[in-house]
Design a protein. Sequence first.
Length: 172
Amino acid sequence: MPRIIGVIPARYASSRFPGKPLADILGKPMIRWVYENAMSSKLINDVYVATDDERIFNTVKNFGGNVIMTPSEIPTGTDRIAYAVRNIDADIIVNIQGDEPLISGDMIDSAIEPFLKEEDNDIDISTLAVKITDVETLFNPNVVKVVFDKKKFCALFLAKPNSVLQGCAEKR
């Protein structure tokens, strides 16, 4: 079985919602909900929070979580994860969004499972997506869309119609 770790990038200095990881949800900070739900994954061996903020660092330490301090100059969550795992031995690294307090261990496991199937062992990236069933969601710029090819591989991500965010990784 491969060693699988989850990493939750968490910044305090969000431009839209400063301090979001520490926002109280039913008596717990959001980052704790995400962390605890990630820990319920049956496939992840360890979960870490990667942050550049002492308040988030101390909050995670206080509830007994694993946390790694990263430089504040790191521009993206993905870069923050890469920095955090540079000295951690892992076969699979799972990027768990810090503002997803309702994510479940089962959801995380379903994103990991393609890596564990022998016939799909050349997959580099997996992401969760659900079918859009209403027009409002389709045109909501705050909802990222995924376009799939005929083989159910991601072709591209869209933030709003006609705006490509990022191309998807292809099989090796």
